[in-house]
Design a protein around this ligand. Structure first.
Ligand code: ADP
Length: 363
């Protein structure tokens, strides 16, 4: 039978555990030996006790757990070839050449690189007598499937990443608590939510919380936004609204690329409008707690599909990411998605740079 391994890497997200559970159980159901690689790429580089066989029972009762029971980490060594060489040896020592990587675009980039280098790494391991040529032949193909775990929903190619829906639930719970106290006191709340390049959480939060204003990285506000913002807040107050909500994505900037931060917006409102204005930065609360029903099902569907994709891989097939498209789980080329995701972030940075230049040219 086949052997496959699963690891979680980069920032954790709710719904990683449901995916791990589905991978283990689908793998066992299809007659595979399934392994956990603990602590992401670090466990792959370290080998030994970091790579352990999973059983049906070892994923019992984790469907409703947030985070990841097999640990996640950032790993410097895997970025360098010697680290990846050790990782390759550890996989072969365990008889594994099928892996599922659950992580963000960084982790998936690493996975793609590893797969590209595989043949070359094997050759070096044979040359240095760390691996027999029989084993090198037996494991000459490395099959990789990626699942995107990210609360930011910041990956091109899938409608939703694992964890984004749960993060929205956390944000909503927090805002609902805030609004009751805010409206009792006629306050204004300025909230920062996560999202360095992607305003998804901020935008959906603003829509569902009936916010007055939202700042997202994709669409920096026009110069003069300070006046517009104050005018809008004042209007809604005058019409009888007892509280105001302003939502800021972590990576939001103005059109000159300067970060827009909660404290500055608070000071602006407090100075100009004299409103009692408070700041809440939600931070890691958004990663916390249990996965939503949507993420439990999403992780389960994606995990199941990942195992099927591995079992159907051929020597010529390219690594895929399991994505949600409409309401279907589909397989999309891993590298295409990673490249597009990086390109979008770069295009946004370029756009801000150009806008800043234009503005300076005008003044
Ligand atoms: P995320 O997967 O959430 O985007 P990171 O970008 O921090 O998080 O990546 C997680 C880990 O993936 C890194 O610590 C590193 O071990 C590995 N990784 C990321 N980018 C690369 C790369 N270009 N080459 C090799 N490994 C990488």
């Amino acid at each position: 039978g086949h052997s496959l391994a699963v690891f979680t890497s980069g920032g954790d997200a709710q719904g990683m555990n449901p995916a791990v559970r589905a991978i283990v159980r689908m793998g066992i159901y299809l007659g595979c030996k399934v392994y956990f690689i603990h602590e992401g790429y670090q466990g792959l580089v370290d080998g030994g006790n970091s790579i352990r066989q999973a059983t049906w029972a070892s994923v019992s009762g984790i469907l409703d757990d947030g985070g990841t029971i097999i640990g996640s980490a950032r790993c410097k060594e895997f970025r360098e070839r010697p680290g990846r060489l050790r990782a390759a040896k550890n996989l072969i020592d365990h008889g594994i050449n099928n892996i599922v990587c659950i992580g963000g675009d960084g982790s998936l980039t690493g996975a793609n690189l590893f797969r590209k280098e595989w043949e070359n790494l094997l050759a070096e391991l044979v040359d240095t007598k760390q691996v027999t040529s029989e084993n090198a032949e037996k494991y000459k193909n490395l099959n990789i499937v990626g699942l995107v775990g990210s609360i930011d929903n910041d990956f091109c190619g899938t409608d939703m990443t694992i964890g984004a829906d749960s993060a929205l639930h956390r944000v909503m719970e927090a805002i609902d608590c805030i609004t009751t106290t805010a409206s009792s006191h006629q306050r204004c709340f300025v909230l920062e939510v996560m999202g360095r390049h992607c305003g998804y959480l901020a935008l959906v939060t603003a829509l569902s919380a009936d916010a007055d204003w939202v700042f997202i990285p994709e669409s920096p506000p026009e110069p003069g936004w300070e006046d517009q913002l104050c005018k809008k807040l004042k209007n809604t107050r005058e019409m009888g609204q007892r509280l105001n909500i302003v939502v800021i994505a972590e990576g939001a900037t103005d059109s000159e690329g300067r970060p827009i931060k909660c404290d500055d917006v608070r000071a602006l409102i407090a100075t100009r409008l004299k409103y009692d204005t408070r700041v809440t930065i939600l931070g890691h609360v958004q990663r916390g707690g249990c996965p939503s029903a949507f993420d439990r099902v999403l992780g389960t569907r994606m995990g199941t599909e990942a195992v099927l994709a591995l079992m159907e891989a051929t020597p010529t097939s390219q690594p895929v990411v399991i994505a949600l498209s409409g309401n279907q789980t589909v397989r999309v080329p891993l590298m295409h998605c990673v490249e597009k995701t990086t390109a979008v972030a770069q295009a946004m940075a370029d756009k801000r740079f150009k806008e800043a230049q234009d503005l300076r040219g005008r003044s």
